[in-house]
Design a protein around this ligand. Structure first.
Ligand code: PPE
Length: 305
């Protein structure tokens, strides 16, 4: 998806011009993948752009860094402020927000202990991640031939730069085979998540989503969806899913900051009813919640200014 430039990018405390936000080719993370990032959305509201669950995203950035043993030289509050400043500087009513902490220029080699940690926050307009009609028509999913990495290989619970090699391999494989998105299985064969979303499947009326231990990122949208679904009166559980659970599911949807709530119409060419009534109801409330239109979830929306 092509990037539309915005005026400024926050780098280590300053807002710099978009074209000046550059790194050296010997930037450590560019070579070894040891970095952490977030994906956040700011939505248009009557009071200006509201950043959805901003503090929780920044807290996860710090947890991801903690898993890597990386020390971010800013506080959570400072990065929250940096995100707000960057969003406000774009003048856009809504945008995607990408904080990134990385080992910068100055050291080479696998020992990250002496490396400097740099932080940047960029924003740009980003449309529907899985297509404008992802909720109505649903997306075609393929179980990937690539296995989600094991906890002792690369920590899937951390949103690290390097983890996305695995996701990109799966995504491109699925696209080349004519599907929209890939479902990743953990090394034990259970469902983990998708290349860039968490997954939910309905079996016997119960909405199920795999836990962190199955190799899923602890998705903030996943958490929002579980809260909304329970408030709608649905039975929601964090539990393992087998491949066959997906083939015979009554409904499947995937969710993430970028993808929001997207319905699934098939898995490996086995059709799934789509969009199911629960998916539709949850997506509708989610769409209002992110725009600060539902008082029950107003505390999830942080105004940029
Ligand atoms: N799993 C993965 C692997 C993942 O990348 C995401 C977000 C999620 C689950 C959902 O997490 P959350 O956004 O907290 O609900 N994927 C980001 C897109 C990655 C990309 O750059 O492409 C996102 O949705 O922002």
């Amino acid at each position: 998806m092509p990037i539309t430039p915005t005026p400024k990018i926050w780098m280590n405390g300053d807002l710099v011009d978009w074209d000046q936000a550059q790194v050296h080719v010997l930037t450590h993370t560019l070579h070894y993948g040891m970095g952490v990032f977030e994906g956040i959305r700011a939505y248009e509201t009557a009071d200006g752009p509201a950043i959805f669950r901003l503090t929780e995203h920044v807290e996860r950035l710090f947890r991801s860094a903690h898993i890597l043993g990386m020390e971010i030289p800013f506080t959570v509050a400072e990065i929250v402020e940096a995100c707000k400043r960057t969003v406000a500087s774009t003048g856009l009513p809504s945008c995607y927000v990408r904080p990134l902490a990385y080992y910068g220029y100055g050291e080479m080699g696998l020992n990250t202990l002496p490396c400097r940690v740099d932080v940047a926050v960029a924003c740009w307009p980003w449309g529907a991640y899985l297509g404008e009609d992802a909720l109505q028509k649903g997306v075609r999913m393929k179980i990937s031939s690539w296995t989600r990495h094991d906890h002792n290989t690369m920590p899937p619970a951390a949103k690290t730069v390097g983890n996305y090699v695995n996701s990109s391999l799966a995504k491109v494989e699925a696209l080349k085979a004519g599907y929209d998105e890939a479902i990743m299985l953990a090394p034990n064969g259970l469902v983990a998540e998708c290349s860039g979303e968490n997954i939910f499947a309905v079996r016997n009326g119960i909405i199920l989503t795999p836990p962190l231990s199955a190799g899923a990122l602890e998705g903030i949208t996943q958490h929002s969806v579980m809260t909304i679904a329970r408030d709608l009166g649905f039975d929601v559980r964090v539990d393992n899913l087998a491949r066959s659970d997906l083939y015979v599911a009554e409904e499947i949807f995937v969710c993430g900051t970028a993808a929001e709530v997207s319905a699934v119409n098939s898995v490996d060419d086995r059709s799934v009813p789509c969009p199911g009534p629960r998916t539709r109801a949850i997506a509708e409330v989610y769409g209002r919640a992110v725009r600060a239109q539902d008082p029950r979830y107003a505390h999830w929306c942080e105004l940029a200014v």
